[in-house]
Design a protein around this ligand. Structure first.
Ligand code: PEP
Ligand code: MN
Length: 337
């Protein structure tokens, strides 16, 4: 249920609603809005009587939330969530552009990539220090050394760092270095990790599991938000289908569906989505045209030498050309870059 306060309701009236919710053994989630405050309620098994709340002073309405994902739904918060990543917006009118190598490999490789993507207009640097590889014999990432290189690249360029955290064990360490914590597709339903992410004060980029439905994905986001971290963005990165020509099938259907169902920002990853360098720009353009709030793109100074995902990494020159196109499309759909 969502308790909607009147526009002029004061803190004592909001506190009284929260107190009432707690007295029923339920959890209150105050949600500030542009016009008025609302208080989400979770923890109830069945439906609640609206009169429990509509009779309290300052309450405009008490509405049943029909979706199983409550706090991330647009029913509970109508306005788009804009995450403030140390002064750089993630969500909102301006597109968030994240770019960089799949894996952090060396100081030289990372700095070269960072400087290039910055020059082309990206404001976030991506790069994995902990890599979830399909084979245990493949490059697993540089670990903390990679995180240090990401911090050095941030120092040098001012770009915000997006990097993956794979497990609860390394969460505190990765959160120390990262500006945005990426949750990989393989971990989307790692509920103990999701719960812990709800307790850190860092924005989360939650990638879609390769076989997760949109509903399961939103429920995964709900795990994080229900623990108190509202700074969650969703990333469509392709799902597994019967198609074998492409690495995954980038499900751009998910973009308008998500934009209707949730207030969370939606990012598209065309690199993992199609997995083929030649076609990454087309899918990046399509993602923005479909209404995504940003893109995350793999860029490597020498893709043929990359230790992971070279086949889908753009060269800096290709990324620069993509950014030129992105600006045109953004303008056509009323967005800035
Ligand atoms: C990545 O971003 O390099 C990555 C491993 O992505 P995903 O979790 O979507 O496979
Ligand atoms: Mn990758």
């Amino acid at each position: 249920m969502l308790v909607v306060m009147k526009p002029h309701a004061g803190q004592p009236e909001i506190d009284a609603v929260i107190e009432k919710i707690r007295s029923l053994g339920l959890t209150a989630h105050p949600i500030p809005g542009a016009q008025r405050v609302a208080v989400g309620i979770t923890g109830n098994k069945g439906g609640l009587e609206p009169e429990l709340f509509t009779t309290l002073p300052g309450v405009a309405d008490a509405i049943r939330v029909s979706q199983p994902f409550k706090l991330v739904s647009r029913e509970v918060k109508e306005e788009d969530t804009v995450i403030d990543v140390g002064g750089v917006p993630l969500g909102g009118k301006d597109l968030a552009v994240m770019a960089g190598p799949c894996s952090v490999e060396s100081r030289g490789q990372l700095l070269e990539a960072a400087q290039a993507v910055k020059a082309s207009g990206a404001r976030f640097l991506r790069g994995g220090a902990f890599k979830p590889r399909t084979s245990p014999y493949e490059f697993q990432g540089l670990g903390e050394e990679g995180l240090k290189l990401l911090a050095a690249a941030r120092e040098e360029t001012g770009l915000k760092v997006v990097t993956e955290v794979m497990d609860v064990e390394h969460l505190a360490m990765v959160a120390d270095y990262a500006d945005v914590l990426q949750i990989g597709a393989r971990n989307m339903q790692n509920y103990s990790l999701l719960r812990q992410l709800g307790r850190v004060r860092r924005p989360i980029l939650l990638k879609r599991g390769p076989s997760a439905t949109i509903k399961e994905w939103l429920m995964a986001a709900e795990y994080v938000v229900s623990e108190g971290n509202y700074q969650v963005a969703l990333c469509e990165r392709g799902i597994r289908t019967f198609e074998t020509m492409t690495r995954n099938t980038l499900d751009l259907n998910a973009v308008p569906i998500l934009k209707a169902l949730t207030h969370l920002p939606v990012i598209v990853d065309p690199s993992h989505g199609i997995g083929l360098r030649a076609h990454v720009p087309a899918m990046a353009r399509a993602g923005i045209a479909a209404g995504a709030d940003g893109i995350i793109v793999e860029v490597h100074p020498r893709p043929e030498k990359a230790l992971s995902d070279g086949q889908q990494s753009l060269t800096p020159a290709e990324f620069d050309e993509l950014m030129r196109q992105v600006r045109v499309i953004a303008g056509a759909v009323g967005r800035g870059v």
